[in-house]
Design a protein around this ligand. Structure first.
Ligand SMILES: [Fe+2]
Length: 411
């Protein structure tokens, strides 16, 4: 099982090219050990499915393992991460929730482990907008394990989604010692902190955190950290707070170059596209990235279960092209590409959290504001109304409304 954990963690980092020969050898070696243990055999099958790009099949096997044993924490954690990458919010929640009775009543569940289950449940509840229940589960989790960064992260999300910005900032400051040392999540938590500051329009404070915290984390080439750095710079750019030639972009670009042809996750590809933002300088890499993404997707088109390629095809490639078009100031092209993703409600397919995916709606809105064509203004108005309904006091929403008004009155 130690090898299963090692190989599963490697795959779920999402930086690996799925057809990587070295990884294939390691998986082959694991199979050749010919385990007779049914659980291990299923775990290896799940890894094989993921490695083959059949992400949904992999989650089905992890669920099968959880039917056999609700306390298979490896299956539970891998499924939890997988659902996150697949944007399957309901499953992030239900895969933990359906075992809750056992977690609460089985005397064999150590209290510490029960706390971590609560942390996972809290995040799942947040992603399906059950904020009160999510908050209760997260508080229970941190009462048991005060440095459970995933549970703290769930509270950070709840404050973000409720638009409780100052409360969120105070909570993160108060709990900083309990999350800032969590290597896997610290960078992401700083990104969340910057999101609050972004709402308040505090550009200088955001850039200070970017330079002193986030920029350091991205030296490790962890996709989650690179995604955060890229998304933050892109959000700042959308708001006109930094320029395309700001020197911060370069370090992120250089880090992404190491894994630019992985294509294991559309979400990563979209963030890669955000940082290669100047066609005059990056023409070759922009073209080779999109070409390689399309080639990879086409090469798997015969496999109807290849979730990875299907997601690239349905949302990943259109979103990457939309970002490229925006960076080329082709705003109508961005709008057309994103209309087919955002309006039918397909954005979640790209994965990540609700808070992370908001960057795509922001991109859509800014493209509409920047376009001289006003025919999409009713769509922008409808999206803005929904945003204001959810977060009436959001500074970011107020700025978007102002931009919309400027766009409508522009001749
Ligand atoms: Fe998050």
């Amino acid at each position: 099982m130690a090898r299963v954990i090692e190989l599963g963690s490697e795959l779920l980092r999402t930086d690996l090219f799925l057809d990587n020969e070295n990884y294939l050898k390691k998986l082959k070696f694991l199979k050749e050990l010919k385990s007779e243990n049914e659980i291990e055999i299923l775990h290896i099958k799940a890894l094989e499915s993921w490695r083959e790009g059949r992400y949904i099949n992999a989650t089905e096997i992890w669920e099968e393992l959880l039917k056999i044993d609700s306390l298979d924490v490896i299956a539970l954690k891998f499924a939890h991460d997988a659902y996150f990458y697949l944007g399957q919010s309901n499953n992030i929640c239900s895969s933990v929730e359906k075992h809750l009775n056992i977690y609460e009543q089985d005397d064999h569940v150590p209290m510490e482990l029960y706390g971590y289950f609560m942390g996972m449940l809290a995040f799942g509840l947040e992603e399906v907008h059950r904020y009160d229940e999510g908050m209760k589960a997260a508080i229970k989790a941190i009462e048991i394990n005060q440095d459970d960064a995933w549970a703290l992260h769930a509270i950070v999300h709840i404050n973000e989604m409720r638009g409780e910005i100052q409360k969120g900032i105070e909570f993160m400051k108060l709990e900083e010692n309990n999350w800032a040392n969590c290597q896997a999540l610290a960078c992401h938590m700083w990104w969340h902190f910057c999101l609050y500051l972004m709402d308040q329009g505090k550009k200088d404070e955001i850039l200070k955190i970017y330079d002193e915290k986030i920029s350091i984390f991205i030296e490790s080439i962890t996709p989650l950290d690179l995604v955060d750095a890229s998304a933050l710079l892109f959000r700042l750019y959308l708001e006109g707070m930094i320029e395309k030639n700001d020197n911060r972009w370069e370090k992120v670009r250089n880090q992404w170059k190491n894994i630019i042809h992985s294509h294991a996750l559309s979400f990563n590809d979209a963030h890669i596209t955000m940082v290669f933002n100047n066609r005059l300088i990056h023409e070759e890499i922009i073209n080779s990235h999109i070409q390689s993404l399309e080639n990879y997707t086409n090469s798997k088109s015969n496999d109807v279960n290849h979730t990875c390629a299907l997601v690239h095809q349905q949302v990943g490639i259109p979103i990457c092209k939309a970002i490229n078009a925006f960076n080329d100031s082709k705003f109508d092209e961005t709008i057309q590409l994103l209309k087919d993703v955002i309006l039918p409600g397909k954005t979640h397919l790209i994965g990540g959290s609700n808070a992370q995916r908001d960057v795509f709606e922001l991109l859509f809105l800014h493209a509409i504001f920047n376009s001289p064509n006003k025919e999409n203004h009713p769509i922008a108005k409808s999206l803005l109304d929904k945003r204001l309904e959810k977060k009436p006091h959001s500074g970011q929403n107020q700025r978007l409304v102002q931009r919309f008004e400027n766009a409508t009155t522009k001749q």
